[in-house]
Design a protein around this ligand. Structure first.
Ligand SMILES: [Zn+2]
Length: 443
């Protein structure tokens, strides 16, 4: 048992409990107890290994409900042609890029995302992999990277028709194989969803096949929905219905499913998300960068949808993403009052944490007895008063870059801003070599 003491703890639970000089007892990957240091007895202190946290702030680990590890190697890449819309972004950039990925590049790109994320306080990753020429066994390779870095992840492979039936079938096989493996293992560190790319790259037959396989496996799905207007328009043209309705009718939505983006939706589609308990992942910086629009996140939260924070692999620094996500809702709604503190807490902690509970079997996103010991320590000497009621405002505007220590599943995986489980320098040097090779293969 370990006791982290002299902490300022912001639990992010429903009551908003705060401990000004608190302790967290951790055992077997979970939080055993939380309280005030004054209440710790000598006996208790002697029973465990004590870690003096010197008045650092403790918060639950952040959760990215939508990510693409493979995309990290696109950082800094120059495009040979200009891209003027989302379809071109896929066909001229991402679908050329991911086809060239080798298994080694998948491993190192995952390591890069994991290192970035863990050092920024992100402890759980819901990843969505695409590598059409490195498919069979690729989720095992990502799992290896996740375990080595010491993170928690839910992995999936994006099935699509874009490269023909052979690639489609290998994607389906990879999901099926990996889901069965994680279901048998029941390990709270690794989970799986059935991945699919998006409505416009899934034919009627493929969607039915994925839905049927998912039903037999009794698993959820991870799919892009209504990221661009084209996804919605194509669905009306071919199926005479909104892409969300198409997914609903196919049986894809549900409490274990992630609908990523949800930018182009109206109240009829929010209702489908709400009544099925589906999680809608809001990825504001990626959507802004791709100029596809701003997800109606606040309106959906108002309608009881489980909207949750994602980064789309565009970023793994979720404090920054959260701050941007909040202000972009204010410009979308043309109202500086929207996105209340309680909604921000639900969006960034409770909703992703509850999804985590359904998929990993342990509560994430809050610090309470019985929850996962996924704890982030932040060295923040606040220049203005900090309280339970203004805490999120401090977090969104100032926590980025101030994470010092990260604990996942009870294990310290970042100490004094360095990853403890892996040789960070060596891995990052190899990332550079692998990314260079990938870029050259694209010429
Ligand atoms: Zn995505």
């Amino acid at each position: 048992m370990k006791i982290y003491k002299n902490l300022r703890i912001f639990t992010m639970d429903k009551e908003g409990k705060v401990y000004d000089n608190g302790y967290i007892k951790v055992s077997k990957g979970k939080i055993l107890a939380i309280g005030n240091c004054d209440d710790l007895t000598c006996q208790e202190l002697e029973a465990g290994e004590c870690v003096d946290c010197k008045n650092k702030i403790a918060v639950p680990g952040m959760i990215t409900t939508h990510a693409h590890f493979y995309g990290t190697f696109a950082r800094g890449m120059q495009l040979s042609q200009s891209i003027c819309n989302w379809q071109q972004m896929l066909t001229h950039m991402w679908w050329k890029f991911d086809k060239k990925l080798t298994f080694d590049q998948c491993y190192y790109s995952a390591m890069l995302g994991l290192i970035d994320g863990l050092k920024s306080g992100t402890t759980t990753f819901f990843d969505h992999q695409a590598s059409p020429n490195a498919t069979d066994g690729v989720l095992d390779i990502l799992e290896k990277a996740v375990r080595q870095a010491g993170a928690r992840a839910c992995l999936s492979y994006e099935v699509s028709d874009r490269d023909g039936t052979e690639h489609r079938d290998s994607g389906i096989r990879e999901n099926e194989r990996f889901i069965k493996k994680t279901q048998n293992a029941e390990d709270p560190q690794i989970s799986a969803l059935f991945g699919m790319h998006a409505g416009y790259s899934l034919s009627r037959e493929t969607l039915e096949q994925c839905a049927q396989t998912g039903k037999e496996l009794d698993c959820g799905f991870h799919v892009h929905i209504a990221e661009s207007e084209a996804d919605v328009a194509e669905s009306y043209r071919l199926y005479d219905m909104h892409v969300m309705e198409r997914m609903y009718k196919a049986g894809i939505l549900g409490e274990q499913t992630i609908a990523a983006h949800c930018v182009h939706l109206g109240s009829e589609q929010w209702e489908l998300l709400q009544k099925t308990g589906t999680t809608a992942a809001y990825n504001v910086q990626s959507n802004t960068n791709n100029a596809v629009g701003i997800c109606p996140a606040v309106s959906m939260l108002d309608h009881g949808v489980n909207v949750a924070l994602g980064g789309d692999g565009y970023t793994y620094d979720l404090y920054q993403e959260l701050g941007f996500g909040v202000i972009m809702q204010r410009i979308r709604e043309k109202d500086p009052r929207v996105f209340s503190g309680e909604q921000i807490r639900r969006f960034a902690f409770e909703n992703p944490g509850n999804l985590g509970k359904r998929l990993f079997g342990v509560q994430l996103g809050m610090l309470e007895p019985g929850a996962a010991a996924d704890i982030v320590l932040v060295d923040y000497q606040e220049p203005t008063p900090i309280t339970g009621s203004n805490f999120l405002s401090h977090m969104t505007s100032a926590f980025s870059g101030k994470v010092t220590d990260v604990i996942v599943n009870g294990k310290t995986v970042v100490r004094d801003r360095h990853c403890t489980q892996i040789d960070e320098e060596k891995i990052l040097a190899e990332c550079k070599v692998q990314a260079d090779q990938l870029w050259k293969s694209l010429d």
